[in-house]
Unconditional design. Structure first.
Length: 327
């Protein structure tokens, strides 16, 4: 057991070093391709854009570690944002007070947790596959949101929520601080709590975990509930970032969150992965996105690049793991 832990720790260290080296290569390549890349404006844009994607990736990370998947993260986040927006509109829109905002945030968190709770209960007690359950939840939330908003968006919020999406504290963007706090909480949960240990055990072997006495059903339910809560946090930040919300915003985020997890060394079958490599992978993807945008790459071409990049990550990781095991 101790030897397995040491081997896993060595693999994580190798993943981090490899990702940092790749990040340096990407930065050098884009800095040579365009003089606008190594500018404060570009890095500031990256710092403000990364958190919303990062929060959604954290929402995806824990289900994958448990051997599952949450395909409903973007629509859950958007629906939580819609919940906040509706409450603000009811209380005066741009004239709504801080109390209405707190009420809206609480309602958004409750909606996100409820969506995750329902998925977790169905997966844990019915035995349905996480892909099917989360796909059904995604379709339900999308349909309900489009029905309630008639396919449109809601905009016009109080000025005091704008700093959550665009403000800074001592030079650090507030959205980035929110993401760093969320990532630290996720790290502590996964590395220092019984629930984190149970999550890794579930991803390694569900039946063995059940026979070992770990309450697997309760753990699975909590995993998806926490995933829904993180989606709600992302939804709140997205409302503040864009000053508007609609149910279909950020469809492409789903692919990128999965890509970030796999690029960060998370085993697609569960049981292995850490927060730090995933955070570095997120930074790499955001730098790639910014660099492609600065050199004038077509948006559809960028999406194609993500797909090819995902395939390349799978191939490289397979070769890397085989080499590491031989050593």
């Amino acid at each position: 057991m101790i030897e397995a832990y040491r081997r896993m720790r060595d693999l994580v260290g190798a993943e981090v070093l490899g990702l940092l080296a790749f990040l340096v290569i990407v930065v050098i390549a884009f800095s040579l391709a365009t003089p606008r890349f190594l500018t404060g404006e570009n890095f500031g844009s990256i710092a403000f854009q990364l958190p919303e994607l990062g929060l959604l990736t954290l929402a995806m990370l824990v289900p994958i570690l448990s051997g599952g998947l949450n395909l409903a993260i973007t629509y859950t986040a958007n629906f939580c944002g819609l919940t906040l927006a509706w409450i603000l509109q009811v209380h005066g829109g741009v004239d709504a007070g801080f109390g209405a905002f707190l009420l809206g945030c609480a309602a958004a968190l409750a909606v996100g947790a409820t969506a995750g709770l329902i998925m977790g209960l169905v997966i844990a007690y019915v035995g349905a596959h996480p892909i099917l359950v989360s796909l059904a939840m995604m379709i339900f939330i999308r349909g309900l949101g489009e029905f309630l908003t008639r396919g449109g968006d809601i905009s016009g919020f109080p000025d005091f929520i704008r700093p959550i999406g665009h403000g800074s504290v001592l030079g650090f963007p507030i959205p980035l601080l929110i993401f760093l706090v969320a990532a630290a909480i996720w790290y502590i949960m996964l590395q220092r709590t019984r629930h984190g240990f149970s999550t890794y055990m579930l991803g390694s072997n569900l039946e063995a975990t059940r026979y070992s006495g770990i309450p697997t059903r309760r753990t699975i339910t909590l995993i998806y509930t926490l995933s829904g809560l993180m989606c709600a946090v992302a939804g709140i930040v997205m409302v503040a970032r864009f000053n508007s919300v609609r149910v279909g915003h950020g469809d492409a985020y789903l692919l990128i969150t999965v890509l970030a997890c796999f690029l960060g060394g998370v085993d697609p079958f569960g049981g292995f992965g850490r927060v730090l490599p995933v955070a570095i992978a997120l930074l790499i993807l955001q730098v790639l996105s910014s660099g492609l945008n600065l050199i004038g790459a077509n948006q559809h071409l960028s999406t194609a690049v993500w797909g090819l990049f995902l395939i390349a990550v799978m191939v490289i990781r397979f070769g890397w793991q085989r080499l590491a095991l031989r050593r």
